[in-house]
Design a binder for this molecule. Structure first.
Ligand code: NDP
Ligand code: PYC
Length: 334
């Protein structure tokens, strides 16, 4: 498949036009376009332009309230609660971000609880910018029930990603972002499209029996949590933080059956932001850098974020990588 390279700004512009063409207000379109282009730029292909057809079919399905602007319920403490009103979590974060940072710097720790929000993307773009300004950030979001607990056959958990970012002196921040399922749902869709089998332990069929076939998982089957009961605990904790704590829907409560084409979970997101320099924990970023060096010296050649950094650097030099098929698909929405 031949490759096309597009400058990052041009890709953001193209995606903004697509979102605006689907009726989104300029502010929402710009936030989503930047987020999607950022995933594509860094090689997060399961959440880059691959997601545009899903965004468009959802926007056309009448699901949620995608144009909504969030309402911030300031409670005066270090917890900010936001009702995204059926709109996008990234927009809610963008609107609440300055307050969240100010509270974290003033008090050492602050949390953001977003409810009634749609999230269709990777999570690292939500946390990495905090670490770039010296803060530590952790975020979780729940999605739609496509993951069975170990031993089960009824999906109860979302693929539920968790992301963490910390500043690292002299290096890019330490950032990881991973689903609580053995594989992201987007990667199962990509495997089905490309016609390859999945690793054992990824999913089950409708009877709860193991399968490596992505089509079986997508059509009546389900994913498994990563790491057996340990991943299930993480998936459940994410339901508790992103839904029960925020007031958003559990993954089992996402019911888009009346909205054909809807694909974007309408749930909740939780973020915790900490200022490591608050109250005397000096030299934090230097210690994180030293720990990274120790881990590398101990034999882990690749740390989370290393691959993304390489792909990003290449994109900054040559433009963001897309296929010709991607470009045709994007043009078809203009
Ligand atoms: P991966 O398993 O691909 O990667 C998880 C993390 O591990 C990344 O930080 C990655 O770093 C790192 N990593 C991967 N391979 C290695 C390795 N061999 N050695 C060291 N580190 C490694 O992610 P998932 O498939 O679990 O998730 C993919 C994306 O899907 C995530 O961005 C997630 O947020 C998103 N997602 C979103 C959902 C939603 O509801 N919005 C639901 C589920 C998933 P690097 O990036 O550098 O490769
Ligand atoms: O890839 O699992 C996934 C996913 C769910 C919602 C957005 N991405």
């Amino acid at each position: 498949m031949s490759e096309v390279r597009l400058p990052f700004g041009e890709l953001v512009g193209l995606l903004t036009r697509i979102f605006e063409g689907q009726g989104l207000p300029p502010r929402v379109a710009q936030v989503l376009a930047t987020n999607c282009a950022t995933c594509q730029r860094d090689g997060g292909l399961s959440h880059g332009v691959f997601r545009i057809p899903g965004y468009v079919s959802t926007l056309q399905s009448g699901w949620g309230n995608p144009s909504a602007m969030p309402v911030i319920d300031e409670d005066g403490g270090t917890l900010i609660r936001v009702d995204a009103q059926g709109g996008f979590a990234q927009v809610a974060l963008a609107e609440a971000r300055a307050r969240l940072v100010a509270k974290a710097r003033a008090e050492g720790v602050a949390a953001l609880a977003i409810r009634n929000s749609q999230h269709f993307s990777a999570l690292w773009p939500d946390v990495e910018p905090f670490a770039e300004e010296g803060l530590v950030a952790l975020s979780v979001v729940n999605s739609m029930a496509v993951v069975v607990p170990p031993g089960g056959k009824t999906p109860v958990f979302g693929t539920n990603p968790m992301a963490f970012a910390a500043p690292r002196a002299g290096q890019a921040p330490y950032v990881w972002d991973q689903a609580a399922s053995a594989l992201a749902h987007g990667d199962v869709q990509i495997a089905a499209r490309e016609g390859h089998e999945l690793r054992p332990g990824t999913g089950v069929d409708a009877e709860g029996q193991p399968t490596n076939d992505p089509n079986v998982i997508l059509n009546g089957g389900a994913l498994l949590p990563f790491g057996g009961h340990k991943g299930a605990s993480i998936a459940m904790t994410i339901e508790i933080l992103a839904a029960a704590f925020t007031g958003g829907a559990f993954s089992t409560e996402v019911d888009w059956s009346q909205h054909e084409g809807a694909k974007i979970p309408l749930t909740g997101q939780f973020l915790l932001v900490m200022d490591p320099e608050h109250g005397g924990s000096h030299g934090f970023a230097t210690r994180v850098a030293a720990l990274s060096d120790t881990v590398r010296a101990a034999g882990q050649e690749r740390l989370p974020g290393d691959r993304r950094a390489v792909v990003r650097a290449e994109a900054e030099q040559k433009g963001v990588a897309l296929t010709e098929a991607d470009m045709e698909m994007l043009q078809s929405y203009l």
